[in-house]
Design a protein around this ligand. Structure first.
Ligand SMILES: C[S@@+](CC[C@H](N)C(=O)[O-])C[C@H]1O[C@@H](n2cnc3c(N)ncnc32)[C@H](O)[C@@H]1O
Length: 187
């Protein structure tokens, strides 16, 4: 069986979309793997805003970014992603080329602290408005746990309902029904 690594798929799509000097948002920083990838992709003149509600996750992410010498181009923000507009000033919003949501709970962390349908949907809607034309909205979904299943169904339905009119959509599923799924939407 061919195993699809969604992290790899997500990073390949990001690389194909982002240019040096672009701006990016990681809506779920966690341990900072995606944030680090984005920070490298946008380069020294680019900028990344990275959100998480857990200070402990941001602490780990900060160490990772320091080690890679890219912290200067990243804003680590301890707040819910549905409030991203409060942290990204209107004059800074031009050039946001990619927004990543890696939903669910922190690997190795408290599984009760997970993304929730209502705030996720609100944040996705705001993200679509913030995204540059031809930019990428990447969402990794985890239907293998109860909240994640609800979230996966809600996100897929909402994307239909919101009629985002994307220029391209890719829906990547892993072989198991309960495995993670990647939804990639280009504006
Ligand atoms: C699957 S992890 C993210 C993995 C991460 N992208 C990485 O590269 O390590 C999901 C993260 O979302 C965070 N989270 C949950 N609800 C959130 C919210 N409303 N706003 C921002 N982050 C949230 C969790 O604390 C957790 O760290």
């Amino acid at each position: 069986m061919h195993f699809i690594s969604l992290t790899q798929t997500t990073h390949e799509f990001i690389n194909a979309t982002v240019k040096l000097g672009d701006k990016a948002i990681d809506a779920t920083c966690g341990n900072g793997h995606d944030t680090l990838f984005l920070a490298k992709a946008v380069g020294v003149c680019g900028c990344v805003w990275s959100f998480d509600i857990q200070e402990s996750a941001l602490f780990i992410a900060r160490q990772r970014l320091i080690e890679a010498n890219v912290l200067k181009r990243v804003h680590l923000i301890c707040d819910s992603h549905e409030r991203m507009e409060h942290h990204i000033m209107p004059e800074s919003r031009v050039g946001i080329r990619v927004i990543v949501f890696n939903l669910g709970y922190l690997p190795g962390g408290n599984k009760q602290i997970t993304t929730k349908v209502a705030s996720t949907l609100k944040a996705l809607k705001i993200s679509w408005q913030l995204l540059e034309r031809s930019g990428l909205l990447a969402v990794v979904l985890y239907p293998g746990h109860a909240e994640g299943l609800l979230e996966t169904q809600s996100v897929l339905q909402a994307v239909e309902r919101l009629q985002l009119q994307p220029s391209r959509v890719e829906h990547v599923k892993t072989p198991s029904e309960k495995g993670p799924q990647g939804l990639y939407i280009w504006k």
